[in-house]
Write a protein that binds this ligand. Structure first.
Ligand code: NAD
Length: 451
């Protein structure tokens, strides 16, 4: 077994060492999850619901502790980390209603009665990235457990601590051993084993598009079910008839929240030409006024990047372009990059096309509605986007025209657990969250009974 030193990205100080599981250890934990499956699927629906509600209650009692861990491990601000821990609780509560509502159908057919059942798959492997360790864990784990599956979960190497703690809280809440197993380890070892191990019946992967393509190809070998939540390059489209002050005030948080390490970051701002200068004039003070501070300071609105490697990647993009203006960033240790605004020269620039995954936004003007939709869609990605306009009809037309899974009008709404979430094109495959999520962790079985 090897160990990984987890570092506080705001101070570069080591926090703790985490043992990384080997292939043999991963196999043993997958087998234990497989052994736990028959008893877990047999737990009566009301009782499984009660266990999930109890799990939610235990998480709720540890919100502050979990948030504190995430502030130190991932550099998230207090506000974000508290919301993220609360999101774990909320997802567990929401999906605790599912075991008692996992309905099949009765379908009219000649000669008999036809009924369908939603049956759990078995062991589900969840592979999580480092940018939102807690919510992404919950989005896979909560509906999968509710549908009667057991779960093995691999957190990202850089951010395993909250997942490990939530795994302990599950046991404290009374979930049986093996029902939820957190397996810290390398993607190429533990994550890959989830893909290749025949007892893992579905992989829920969230991460980069390049790794996701490999996961999908690997799953194809066994026709293994997979859900992919991948990268994004989302557009924030601002029309001249919008409340420009509101649009400019909201824009920094739509891209610089979590230091831009957000798959939904609106990292391309498209502004209708007549409003371009006024919008930039309003955006500049909003960006310069951001409180970019050590996230242990409760006033911090943006923390550091996750690692030196991520900082180098982001800096590489910034070094290629002329920066229009930046917000502040602390001096000294920590993986800091200030909120950065770039006026793009063309849609062919890397800064316009590639996911930077850092606090950098590119801005370009557009001429009319058709131009805005065409520019927004000129990308391999399709995860989210925003539309600012005072015209409801235009908002709906553009929302329907943009090829992305999650659009917001006159807001940059965060992911909501009540509603489906996922990407078009190379931003992903399948949907998470919303009322239908538990069905994605089942096989639908059809049974015909002759009269
Ligand atoms: P990543 O692809 O490097 O890693 C994601 C996870 O996959 C990690 O746990 C990693 O250890 C594991 N992994 C790496 N190689 C693997 C392999 N060969 N087999 C199996 N697992 C492997 O991504 P990251 O850098 O951690 O996360 C950032 C990316 O995630 C960004 O592209 C971002 O847009 C995306 N993301 C998407 C969503 C979404 O919901 N669409 C949400 C958050 C992040």
């Amino acid at each position: 077994m090897t160990a990984f030193t987890v570092v506080n990205p705001a101070t570069e100080q080591p926090l703790t060492d985490v043992e990384l599981a080997s292939v043999e250890q991963t196999d043993a934990l997958i087998e234990r999850a497989h052994e736990a499956f028959p008893a877990w699927r047999a737990v009566a629906p009301g009782e499984r619901a009660a266990l999930l509600r109890r799990f939610a209650g235990v998480v709720d009692a540890h919100i502050e502790e979990l948030a504190e861990i995430e502030v130190r491990n991932a550099g998230h601000t207090w506000g974000n980390a508290t919301w993220e821990a609360g999101n774990v609780r909320d997802c567990l509560n929401y999906y605790s209603a599912a075991p008692e509502r996992l309905f099949g159908r009765q379908i009219p057919v000649p000669g008999g009665v036809d009924i369908t059942f939603h049956e759990p798959l078995g062991v589900v492997g969840v592979i999580a990235p480092w940018n939102f360790p807690m919510p992404i864990m919950a989005w896979g784990m909560a509906p999968a457990l509710a549908a009667g599956n057991t779960v093995v979960l691999k957190p990202a190497e850089l951010t395993p601590l909250t997942a490990m703690r939530i795994g302990e809280l599950a046991l404290e809440a009374g979930l049986p051993e093996g029902v939820l197993t957190v397996v810290p380890g390398k993607g190429s070892v533990v994550g890959q084993r989830f893909v290749t191990h025949p007892l893992v019946r579905k992989v829920c992967f969230t991460g980069s598009t390049s790794v996701g393509k490999g996961v999908m190809a690997g799953c194809a070998e066994q026709v293994k079910r997979c859900t992919l939540e991948l990268g994004g390059k989302s557009a924030n489209v601002v029309f001249a008839d919008a409340d420009l002050a509101a649009a400019a005030a909201a824009a920094p948080y739509a891209v610089f929240d979590n230091a831009g390490q957000d798959c939904c970051a609106r990292s391309r701002i498209l502004v209708e030409r007549p409003a371009y200068d006024e919008f930039l004039g309003l955006l500049e003070p909003a960006v310069k006024g951001m409180a970019v501070l050590d996230p242990s300071d409760k006033g911090s609105q943006m923390g550091p990047l996750i690692s030196q490697a991520q900082k180098d990647v982001v800096q590489g993009y910034v070094d290629e372009v002329d920066v229009a203006f930046t917000g502040p960033a602390p001096d000294g240790p920590g993986f800091w990059v200030p909120p950065t605004v770039v006026l793009a020269d063309s849609t062919e620039q890397r800064i316009w096309r590639e996911e930077v995954f850092g606090p950098v936004v590119a801005v370009l003007p557009f001429d009319d509605e058709a131009d805005a939709v065409a520019m927004a869609n000129d990308t391999d990605y399709g995860l989210s986007g925003s539309i600012f306009t005072g015209d409801v009809g235009k908002a709906l037309r553009v929302a329907r025209g943009v090829q992305a899974g999650n659009l917001s009008v006159n807001s940059h709404s965060a992911v909501r657990y009540w509603t489906p979430f996922g990407g078009y094109k190379q931003s992903g495959l399948g949907r998470e969250l919303g009322p239908d999520a538990p069905n994605a962790f089942t096989e639908e079985k059809n049974v015909f009974i002759a009269h």
